[in-house]
Design a protein around this ligand. Structure first.
Ligand SMILES: [Zn+2]
Length: 412
């Protein structure tokens, strides 16, 4: 909070200095009503989820009509096939559309541990900022929201969270900006009249209709709105009293900083379920020493969840292949504790550990205790002495050529 206040003071000083020099001082952004949202005819926000590539066509239809929308995107999907690329999103942003956050991986937030929620929300927001965007607005995947999820969205610096579905209208000054109400998502079966009804209701009550769109096509699944209906809605909106504004502009407020990284107290992606990109390495993990004879793969037959990990060394030094928690500044690397993991293995296995000290340097890998080969799931645990560590990384390695299947890492 201190930093936000400081920034406000800095802006105020800059403005008054400009005034002293005789130039007309521009008001600070926060001193102006966000967008001059007219209160007499209600407001509608057109929002688009998941950063699907076809939304570029929808954005173009908006731009042609002088309208702006809010695009809630997933940082881990940007560049993936079927999704908007960073360059495409930058074009949208330059055209006046708002880029908001929607978690890294489309996570159902209420189900997650708080540290995992922080990674999904704060980590996503930092990633979007690193790409040059300034996300102020957030949308909960699956409309899944509870008090804990709201607290994290607020803590991560967002000014709003689009929440609950199935409620036709929100107030222009929402009772709870971290759980904005929306009507049901607009999909293949939604009619023009139904969409118009949401807008007319907002006009009549002088309230705010936040419309939720996903895909755009005549036949691409239940969440694809038909282009004809979409453009008819836009043309119809142009003649109405209702104002079309982005969510960020209705809510207003400055772009707040992302809070500093806080090392998690749990293992993130502990069950090796989430994978992104083409390298086949689980999110928040790193894979060293991979070769033609030393491989890692995800395999079914997990102890919990959908996937387990398999490390396999056909020949050569088995210690060289290492799947371990990503050695980072605390987004993934947790604080110390008692380590555990479940495994089956054809050869004995052992823990491998590296620690990070205050200056940010990571130690050499050290070996932990050895555990016997196991044909059924067995838990290995170890409490290393890591009192000085700011963060740790650990994994399990083979002690001889063979294979091990691993799942459900934990830290206590
Ligand atoms: Zn979504």
């Amino acid at each position: 909070m201190g930093r936000v206040v400081m920034m406000g003071v800095a802006i105020a000083i800059a403005v008054s200095a400009a005034g002293c020099s005789g130039q007309s001082a521009r008001p600070t952004p926060s001193a102006v009503p966000a967008s001059g949202v007219p209160a007499d005819g209600g407001v509608v926000s057109l929002t688009f989820d998941d950063g699907l590539e076809r939304q570029q066509q929808m954005a173009r239809e908006l731009t042609t009509r002088g309208m702006s929308g809010t695009f809630y995107v997933l940082s881990t999907r940007i560049q993936a096939a079927g999704y908007l690329s960073q360059a495409q999103l930058a074009q949208l942003s330059q055209a006046g559309h708002e880029i908001g956050g929607h978690t890294r991986t489309h996570a159902r937030l209420p189900a997650l541990h708080r540290d995992e929620q922080r990674r999904e929300v704060c980590g996503d927001r930092s990633a979007l900022e690193a790409m040059g965007f300034t996300p102020r607005s957030f949308a909960y995947p699956f409309h899944a929201v509870n008090a804990a999820a709201e607290a994290v969205v607020k803590e991560c610096g967002y000014n709003s969270g689009r929440g609950q579905a199935g409620v036709a209208a929100e107030r222009i000054t929402p009772g709870d900006p971290y759980n904005l109400n929306t009507p049901l998502s607009i999909g293949a079966r939604t009619t023009l009249a139904e969409i118009q009804q949401y807008v007319i209701a907002a006009e009549q009550r002088k309230s705010w209709a936040i419309l939720v769109f996903h895909d755009y096509c005549d036949d691409c699944g239940p969440l694809g709105v038909k282009p004809k209906i979409f453009t008819d809605v836009l043309d119809w909106l142009k003649g109405r009293k209702v104002a079309v504004r982005t969510v960020g502009d209705v809510i207003g407020g400055d772009v707040r900083p992302v809070p500093p990284v806080k090392a998690p107290s749990i293992v993130i992606n502990a069950s090796l379920e989430n994978y992104f990109g083409k390298d086949g390495v689980p999110d928040c993990w790193q894979l060293d020493g991979r070769s033609a004879t030393a491989t890692f793969s995800r395999v079914p037959g997990a102890r919990t969840g959908r996937w387990a990990g398999r490390i396999q060394v056909a020949a050569g030094n088995p210690y060289r292949l290492r799947l371990a928690i990503k050695q980072d500044d605390g987004e993934c690397a947790p604080k110390a504790g008692r380590l555990s993991v479940w495994y089956t293995s054809t050869v004995p296995v052992r823990f491998t550990l590296s620690t990070r000290t205050g200056d940010g340097a990571w130690s050499r890998w050290v070996d932990g205790p050895v555990f016997p080969a196991a044909s059924t799931w067995r838990q290995a645990t170890w409490t290393p002495r890591t009192a000085q560590a700011e963060g740790i990384s650990f994994g399990l390695v083979l002690t001889a050529p063979g294979q091990a299947t691993i799942d459900d890492f934990a830290l206590r």
